[in-house]
Design a protein around this ligand. Structure first.
Ligand code: GDP
Length: 372
C-alpha cells in the first residue's frame, strides 16, 4: 500500500507537500497555538471529527475536509482516504451537473442565477471547478468566488475554486473526492464548472450526470472553439445572453442547434440533447434549465441509464488512476530514462519506426521489472 500510495501521489504529478501552514492543515506538532492553549480552529482533526463535521453540515469542518483532500502532503493522503471511506455510504444523493463554455460565455453569471434559483427552492448547492489553466501555470481562467458574490454569501451554497497545481488527472481526482464530501454533507446539487477548451470537458463529463454547454449567440462555432465532439458531450445546450438586442439571434441559434442535434450522437442513452435559451443576467429561462434537468434525472433514473452511467464512471475512474500510476512509473524508470532520448532522436530522424522504438522501451521496462 505504501509504495502504491507514493506512486499514486507521484502519478498525479502533485506539487511538493505542504506542511501545515497555508493549506490550513496543522502538522502534529503545531496542534497548539503559540500561547500553549489548544487552538480549536487549527487543531488536528481525527477522522471521526471530519466525519461528524461533514454529516452535520458544519461548514468549517467541511472546508477542512476539502483542504485535506487537496493537500499534497503524503501524511494527509492516508487520512483523506480514511475520511472518504467513512462517508462513502452517504454519497451518491446529489444531482451532479457539469457546466462548460468558453471564457466570457457567461458561466459564472449563469451559476450565480441558477444556484440562487435552486437555493430559493430550498436546495443546497455546491459549486466546484476544474480549471485546466491552474494545472499548468497555477493561474486561473475561472477565477475565484468573487465572481459569484451573491451565491458566495448564501448559507445554502458552498463555492470551492479549482484546486491548483499538478496534472489535470490530479485536479480531477481532488474534485471528484470533494464532490463526494458535499454529497455526504447533504448537498442536493453539485455544479462542476470548467472552461470549454481542451481536455477538461471530457474530464468533467466523466464525473457528472448532466452536462450543460453554455454558448452565446452571434459567434460562429469556430469563434467559440466549439467542436462537434464537445456538443456531443452535452445533454443540453444553453444559448445564454438571450436579452436585449440579442434575443432574436439567440432564438435563431437555438433553432439551428436543435436541428443539428438530431444528426449528432446524443450524450446520454434515451435522452435527446436539448437546446435552450436563457439570460443569466435577467434570470429569464433559468428555471427552465432546472426543469429540464429534473426531467432528465426522472427519465434516466426510470430507464436505468442514470445509475449505469455512474457505475461506469466509477469503474473508469479506477482505470484512470491505475493508468496514470503506470505511466508515471514507466517514465520514472532509470533504464527508460536512459534509452528514451536516443530512441526519440532516431524516431524523429526517421531511422527506426515508432513501433520498434516502443517495443524496445516496453521490453527494457519489462526486463527491468523481471530483474527486480
Ligand atoms: P464566464 O467567463 O463564462 O464565467 O463568463 P461571465 O459570467 O464572467 O460573463 C462574461 C461577461 O458576460 C460578463 O461581462 C457578464 O456580465 C456578461 N454576461 C453574462 N451573462 C449574460 C447575460 O445573460 N446577458 C448579458 N447581456 N450579458 C451577460
Amino acid at each position: 500500500m505504501d509504495s502504491f500510495q507514493t506512486g499514486y501521489q507521484s502519478a498525479l504529478h502533485v506539487m511538493p507537500g505542504v506542511e501545515g501552514g497555508h493549506d490550513g492543515l496543522p502538522s502534529q506538532n503545531k496542534a497548539t497555538s503559540g500561547h500553549g492553549t489548544p487552538d480549536i480552529q487549527r487543531r488536528q482533526l481525527t477522522t471521526k471529527d471530519y466525519l461528524e463535521g461533514i454529516l452535520s453540515g458544519d461548514r468549517t469542518r467541511l472546508a477542512r475536509a476539502i483542504t485535506l483532500i487537496e493537500s499534497n502532503a503524503s501524511s494527509h493522503f492516508a487520512q483523506s482516504q480514511e475520511v472518504l471511506k467513512s462517508i462513502l455510504s452517504k454519497t451518491g444523493g446529489s444531482v451532479r451537473i457539469g457546466i462548460t463554455g468558453v471564457p466570457g460565455a457567461g458561466k459564472s453569471t449563469f451559476i450565480e442565477a441558477f444556484g440562487s434559483h435552486l437555493t430559493a427552492l430550498g436546495k443546497k448547492v455546491a459549486v466546484l471547478a476544474v480549471d485546466p489553466s491552474s494545472t499548468v501555470t497555477g493561474g486561473s481562467i475561472l477565477g475565484d468566488k468573487t465572481r459569484m458574490e451573491r451565491l458566495a454569501t448564501n448559507p445554502l451554497a458552498f463555492i470551492r475554486p479549482s484546486p491548483s497545481g499538478g496534472t489535470l488527472g490530479g485536479v480531477a481526482r481532488k474534485t471528484r473526492e470533494t464532490l463526494l464530501i458535499f454529497e455526504a454533507a447533504g448537498y442536493d446539487v453539485v455544479l462542476v464548472e470548467t472552461v470549454g477548451v481542451g481536455q477538461s470537458e471530457t474530464t468533467v463529463r466523466s464525473m457528472v450526470d448532466f452536462f450543460l454547454l453554455v454558448l452565446v449567440p452571434g459567434a460562429g462555432d469556430e469563434l467559440q472553439g466549439i467542436k462537434k465532439g464537445v456538443v456531443e458531450l452535452a445533454d443540453a445546450i444553453l444559448i445564454n445572453k438571450a436579452d436585449g438586442s440579442n434575443i432574436i439571434a439567440a432564438q435563431t441559434a437555438r433553432a439551428e442547434y436543435e436541428r443539428a442535434l438530431h444528426y449528432l450522437q446524443p450524450a446520454t442513452e434515451g435522452w435527446q440533447t436539448i437546446a435552450l435559451t436563457a439570460s443569466a443576467m435577467t434570470g429569464e429561462g433559468v428555471p427552465e434549465v432546472w426543469d429540464n434537468i429534473q426531467s432528465f434525472v426522472g427519465s434516466t433514473r426510470t430507464s436505468g441509464a442514470f445509475s449505469r452511467r455512474r457505475q461506469i464512471q466509477e469503474r473508469d475512474w479506477v482505470r484512470a488512476i491505475v493508468e496514470g500510476h503506470l505511466r508515471e512509473q514507466f517514465y520514472a524508470d532509470e533504464e527508460i530514462q536512459r534509452l528514451l532520448p536516443g530512441l526519440d532522436r532516431e524516431v524523429m530522424n526517421g531511422e527506426i519506426p515508432a513501433t520498434t522504438a516502443a517495443q524496445v522501451l516496453l521490453e527494457a521496462y519489462g526486463a527491468g521489472r523481471g530483474a527486480r
